[in-house]
Design a protein around this ligand. Structure first.
Ligand code: LMR
Length: 341
């Protein structure tokens, strides 16, 4: 931390014609002398989050001439779901990008993002998060000691299982699903009369392999990158829920960073985020293609009528959410705002 304080003087006193020198000098500094940001996440490298984390690390290195080193630890090697947030707050790691569902134990209102069929496409999610509700959700995170640096996305979740095609709400009855820790996702499966258990993402493959669960919900890229499809017979393309991430630092760590470093991190995240949206779409398209080509899962595309039946079955969740958190979160959903006009 001492170095963090003296760095601006050192960094700013160098003139632009010395840039090459700065790069060499900073790379040669010892680990103790540079700023090291340990970025832990739980998904594979070839996923939207995995690739965005890598790109972020290389941009930060480039922009700081090697002074800031972002070390990326993928696949839950360092910390698993349920451990990474605490590790961030303890200061053992400096950066994470959990799914919005996973921060709901700190700010439960984030579960609004998990409401089934709340968004028709990613544009609607962006509109929602860039508006009043999004601001409020981010401010709440700051109040809880986090610094939300940005938002990344994956895409929409689909349902997979080993037992049967999931076409009607009744088809879920009695099936065992792994879920992320979110009360809304829990209610979603309870309304469908399924059984559920909360497990870390890195356990899903083994749970399926050992027949401890029948199914799960996830994006195409997460399904393919973890080989989940090799343990599943059916997939329903339902696009029922959005999976996005909040890129988080501990606020205390962020506040102690020199302003020029904060600026580098901010610029880098903006650049990566713009790129990540397109890359996530592409990766999910490629993964869907792989799922079609593998011949290992039978794919059912939910029709408009079938979707309406699912929506009807899941409607009570909206009322419960409103009772607990207020109507604003539902009213501000783009589809409801359109209906108002
Ligand atoms: C999951 O736990 O299913 C996903 O949130 C994993 C991730 O971070 O994409």
């Amino acid at each position: 931390m001492i170095l963090i304080m003296i760095f601006p003087l050192f960094f700013l006193s160098l003139t632009s014609c010395q840039t090459q020198k700065v790069a060499e000098d900073n790379e040669q500094l010892s680990r103790e002398e540079r700023i090291v940001i340990r970025f832990s996440h739980i998904v594979g490298e070839k996923t939207p989050k995995g690739m965005a984390a890598r790109k972020f690390a290389s941009l930060v290195k480039e922009k700081s001439n090697g002074f800031v080193e972002v070390q990326v630890f993928p696949n839950g090697y360092l910390y698993k779901d349920g451990e990474e947030i605490d590790a961030l707050l303890r200061g053992d790691i400096q950066m994470i990008a959990p799914a919005t569902a996973k921060i709901s134990s700190y700010v439960p209102e984030w579960q609004a993002i998990d409401l089934p069929f709340a968004f028709q496409d990613t544009d609607e999610v962006h509109e929602y998060l860039e508006g009043n509700v999004g601001n409020k959700l981010l401010n709440e995170l700051e109040r809880k000691g986090f610094y939300p640096l940005g938002m990344w996305e994956n895409g929409f979740k689909q349902m997979t299982n080993t037992s049967k095609p999931l076409v009607k709400p009744e088809d879920f009855r009695g099936l065992r699903f792994r879920i992320m820790p979110s009360e809304i996702i829990r209610q979603q499966f309870l309304e469908l009369k399924a059984e559920l258990q909360t497990n870390s993402f890195n356990e899903v493959y083994q749970l399926l392999e050992k027949n401890k669960i029948d199914g799960q919900e996830n994006t195409y890229s997460n399904i393919v990158s973890k080989g989940i499809h090799s343990q599943q017979k059916y997939m329903t393309v339902s696009n029922h829920g959005y999976l996005g991430y909040v890129v988080l630092l501990k606020k205390e760590f962020w506040d102690k960073l020199p302003e020029d470093i904060q600026q580098i991190l901010q610029e880098s995240i903006e650049e990566v985020t713009a790129w990540e949206k397109t890359m996530a779409r592409k990766l999910n398209d490629e993964s869907l293609q792989e799922l079609k080509n593998c011949g290992c899962v039978e794919i059912h595309y939910l029709s408009e009528e079938e979707k309406q039946l699912w929506e009807e079955a899941l409607k009570p969740i909206y009322q419960r959410f409103t009772n607990r958190f207020g109507a604003e979160y539902i009213k501000q959903l783009p589809r409801n705002k359109e209906a108002e006009h």
